[in-house]
Write a protein that binds this ligand. Structure first.
Ligand SMILES: [Fe+2]
Length: 300
């Protein structure tokens, strides 16, 4: 069982609240360092990000310092190279693809019940040096992070609190890919830290800002992410508002005028389809009639 005794906690929390779960993947050989290094050798460069990780939580995520090593060296020397590496969309490897689908299957009924059909499934492996810091940022997907080795504190902040992260920052994030959402010391009052040790898993809601700090040993974490019609609508709305703001208008924050929000989402969706229709290969993994489909290699 992938998430033993965790279904009630997930059911209660999804999609808006965080939830601490348990997982049964600690001893899975796919998370041995040698297997991870072998995986890194097979992935294309765009599926690997890594950097030095002796940083502050407020460091600009768009300006990460290079560590001078190759991805494989970074993994093999992770004990002492003060770095962080993420392997992106590891379902390109069939073994990791099977694992991702098994993880999702355990939660699928509850997800579909609350947020409709699942798409954009992806999985990630994070390997971090002792005391590595992942600066404050947010992610455009629903996420469950499973701690495999070592301990880290995953500090979550409320999602969609526009007094913390203003609508303009959400718009720049979606429309321009700007990852720096502006950390301020006073945000600490809203922080909710979760200490994760092997066997713990944390569900974090869509775009809940967070920073992560690893404790004294190396850390390995695995995560699966997915999207829904709701997360797509959120991105379309912010992109549309960005376009309107560039034309000198002042769109209301999401939620203030729901009718107008719906019209803008519809218009932007249509505009995106006309401007650049998606090929089937770009749609990534989705679940249709209970079965995974799509996810061709180009999509990954
Ligand atoms: Fe993240």
């Amino acid at each position: 069982m992938i998430f033993p005794d965790s279904s009630l906690a997930f059911e209660d929390a999804y999609p808006d609240k965080p939830a601490l779960l348990r997982h049964g993947l600690i001893d899975n050989p796919l998370f041995d360092i040698d297997r991870i290094a072998a995986l890194a050798k097979t992935l294309p460069p765009q599926s690997i990000e890594y950097n030095r990780a002796d940083l502050s939580v407020g460091h600009d995520p768009a300006a990460m310092p290079f560590n001078g090593l190759s991805p494989e060296e970074t993994i093999r020397r992770i004990h002492d190279c003060a770095s962080w590496i993420v392997l992106i969309k590891i379902e390109q490897d069939p073994d990791y693809r099977a694992l991702m689908l098994r993880c999702l299957e355990a939660l699928r009924p509850e997800i579909e019940n609350k947020t409709g059909p699942i798409h954009g499934l992806a999985s990630f492996l994070f390997v971090s040096s002792p005391r590595a810091v992942t600066p404050f940022h947010m992610d455009p997907e629903y996420n469950i992070l499973m701690q495999i080795r070592g301990a880290k504190t995953f500090t979550l902040f409320p999602a969609n609190d526009f007094s913390m992260i203003p609508p303009e920052a959400h718009e720049a994030y979606h429309a321009l890919g700007r990852r720096d959402i502006g950390y301020r010391e006073e945000f600490a009052a809203f922080a909710r830290p979760f200490r994760l040790t092997p066997g713990d898993a944390l569900y974090s809601p869509l775009k809940a800002p967070h920073h992560i700090e690893v404790e004294g040993g190396l850390s390995i974490s695995y995560s699966i992410t997915w999207r829904s019609r709701l997360s797509d609508a959120d991105a379309h709305l912010h992109r549309m508002n960005h376009a309107l703001r560039r034309r000198g208008l002042r769109p209301p924050a999401p939620g203030v005028a729901p009718g107008r929000d719906a019209a803008k989402i519809f218009a932007h969706k249509l505009y995106s389809r006309i401007r650049r229709p998606r090929r089937p290969s770009e749609r990534g993994w989705r679940i249709s009639n209970g079965r995974p489909c799509g996810g061709s290699r180009e999509a990954l």
